[in-house]
Write a new protein. Structure first.
Length: 147
């Protein structure tokens, strides 16, 4: 049985901008201030001592170049959220990783399909439980062999 997915997971990307002042002759070495896409520095940085100094073209006796607006991206993987058969919301894990419900203990694969107890794993293939534990067990998702 597959779980009902409440929220789809996947790769997420956030785009933001920074107004950067590099020291003359030193690429990517200097100062950077969060701004909008047009280069308007956000108010929380606009009154900073470093920003005001950058606007003069000199910081601590070193020249800085004219500012450049940089587009930046930050990406991450967000796990899907499923509804367990017991009614609890369960956060899936990354692709290829099993997860379980903290409330009822049900175990699911990364696609949300319920799995039988790990103590039954390997019966058809002749694998020993220790082989399976080495392949799938982790600190954040320990398998319960005693069920």
């Amino acid at each position: 049985m597959s779980l009902k997915m409440i929220k789809d997971g996947g790769r997420r990307t956030s785009v933001y901008y920074a107004l950067s002042f590099d020291y003359v002759g030193e690429k990517n070495c200097g100062f950077s201030f969060d701004c909008d896409k047009d280069g308007k520095v956000f108010e929380n940085n606009a009154n900073s001592k470093n920003y005001r100094a950058c606007l003069t073209g000199e910081v601590n006796g070193k020249n800085v170049q004219k500012p450049e607006i940089q587009r930046r991206e930050c990406s991450w993987f967000e796990s899907p959220i499923f509804l367990c058969t017991c009614g609890e919301e369960v956060q899936g894990s990354g692709p290829g990783r099993d997860f379980n419900c903290d409330k009822c203990g049900a175990l699911y694969n990364s696609g949300g399909q319920e799995l039988c107890s790990p103590r039954h794993w390997g019966e058809e293939t002749g694998e020993h439980p220790a082989d399976i534990a080495r392949a799938f067990n982790s600190q954040d998702n320990p398998l319960d062999w005693e069920e």
